[in-house]
Design a protein around this ligand. Structure first.
Ligand code: PLP
Length: 424
């Protein structure tokens, strides 16, 4: 009989993976901030299982919430029915979200959270008698997911170029990262002035563009963009799929610049990293535009089979409470140690810069022609007991918010040893 690695290679097709070159690592279990492979080896989960795990794996409170919901019902539809975990999590999200966001539309991934915001914004303007407002403005090198609508407002050449002919095209402004904030706002305003009549919304990741390689925006860009969008009658869609739920040091990145967008897209950490769940929050004004008699057909014709899955919502509700009580204060307490560790890594040969926003960080390696340094460093990190995943030549640090001082020591040592071994 084939072992799991062989079976994987026979039947599986993994995301974002060149299958011809890949060797599987099979994860058998989790234990707090660590994952264990099928041979019992332990690895610190240095990228929070693709940026979603907040409290570590198999947290007793989350496991209990999930089991309690399993004793009630695993799934029933949210199309035409409702259920307690969905409603209670929705109310809790409205309570903690930026002011003015009063309505919650669930889905199951970051990509769908963004698709929904795009479609709701588009339909809002149709319903409001401004049918020309059909286009979207975005930032260059943006990443909002892999479904076609989300790719249409994305700008990562490597991932998105090939699908160009399939997309609804958007207008891009240069990324504000590494630029003067006022200059970036002036560029945004130029586009808003030129295209306001045809623009439905401006879509952005707040404070930091994650998948682009942790590109940190200048302070004030988010608040300035919100003000400009309001002035020019264009919706602001803030994609907090990566930044939400404490990742940047506050519950939501929007809080740091006092911004209440028209749409807020949430996923990843919304279920603590346990189950697929996403939410698109919007304002009462947007919601009301969709109201009318059934035969007016103003309703939002969009929904997924597993929208508001009760297990995911139950664990999400417990996760939010745990985050506010325990895990976010822990992350805030560990932040200075993480910053110091990164500043030591910045001294290493082969590291050209460090970019950090809360507990999201990118270690930029100096490129070497013909080598995939990020992949090489992350492969070596496994031998030092840490799972990392690069973005090109950027080694990403995105530890669970439950990271401890000892875990940070391991993360730093594994990363610096791997960089030295790769470039030495
Ligand atoms: N938006 C942002 C900012 C993201 O970082 C991601 C994923 O990394 C997504 C959207 C897409 O989320 P998902 O992979 O759950 O579809």
């Amino acid at each position: 009989m084939a072992n799991l690695e062989q079976l994987d290679q026979q039947v599986m097709w993994h995301p974002f993976t060149q299958m011809a070159e890949w060797v599987p690592l099979v994860i058998a279990s989790g234990d707090g901030n660590y994952l264990l492979d099928s041979d019992g080896r332990r690895y610190l989960d240095g990228v929070s299982s693709l940026w979603c795990n907040l409290h570590g794996h198999r947290h007793p409170r989350l496991d209990r919430a999930l089991r309690a919901q399993l004793d009630r019902v695993a799934h029933s539809t949210f199309l035409g029915l409702s259920h307690e975990p969905g409603v209670r999590l929705g109310a809790a999200l409205v309570e903690v979200a930026p002011r003015g966001l009063t309505r919650v539309f669930y889905s199951d991934s970051g990509s769908t959270a963004v698709e929904i915001a795009l479609k709701q914004s588009f339909q809002y303007w149709q319903l409001r008698g401004q049918p020309a407002k059909q286009r979207f403005l975005r930032v260059s090198e943006a990443y909002h997911g892999d479904t076609l609508g989300a790719v249409g407002v994305g700008g990562i050449e490597l991932f998105h170029r090939i699908f160009g002919p399939l997309l609804v095209r958007s207008i891009a402004i240069p990324t504000p990262a590494g630029r003067d904030g006022n200059e970036s706002l002036a560029y945004l305003e130029q586009q808003l002035v030129a295209h306001a009549d045809e623009l439905a919304a401006f879509v952005m990741e707040p404070l930091v563009q994650g998948a682009a390689g942790m590109l940190v925006h200048p302070e004030g860009f988010l608040a300035g963009a919100a003000e400009l969008c309001r002035r020019h009658g264009v919706h602001l869609i803030v994609d907090e799929v990566a930044t939400g739920f404490g990742r940047t040091g506050t519950l939501f990145a929007c809080e740091q610049e006092g911004v209440s967008p028209d749409f807020l897209c949430l996923a990843k950490g919304v279920s603590g990293g346990y189950l697929p769940l996403a939410a698109t929050l919007s304002t009462e004004e947007i919601y009301v535009a969709f109201l009318g008699r059934r035969d007016e057909l103003k309703q939002f014709f969009h929904g997924h089979t597993y929208t508001a899955n009760p297990l995911a919502c139950a664990v999400g509700l417990e996760s939010l409470a745990l985050l506010r009580e325990v895990t976010l204060p822990n992350a805030q307490a560990q932040l200075p140690a993480m910053t110091s560790a990164l500043s030591r890594l910045a001294q290493l040969d082969g590291v050209s810069s460090i970019r950090q926003c809360g507990l999201m960080a990118g270690i930029q390696l100096t490129s070497v022609d013909g080598r995939a340094l990020g992949v090489e460093v992350c492969a070596r990190a496994r031998h030092h007991g840490v799972i990392l995943r690069p973005l090109g030549d950027v080694v990403v640090w995105m530890p669970p918010l439950s990271i401890t001082a000892d875990d940070l020591v391991l993360l730093e040592h594994a990363t610096s040893a791997s960089i030295r071994e790769t470039l030495g």
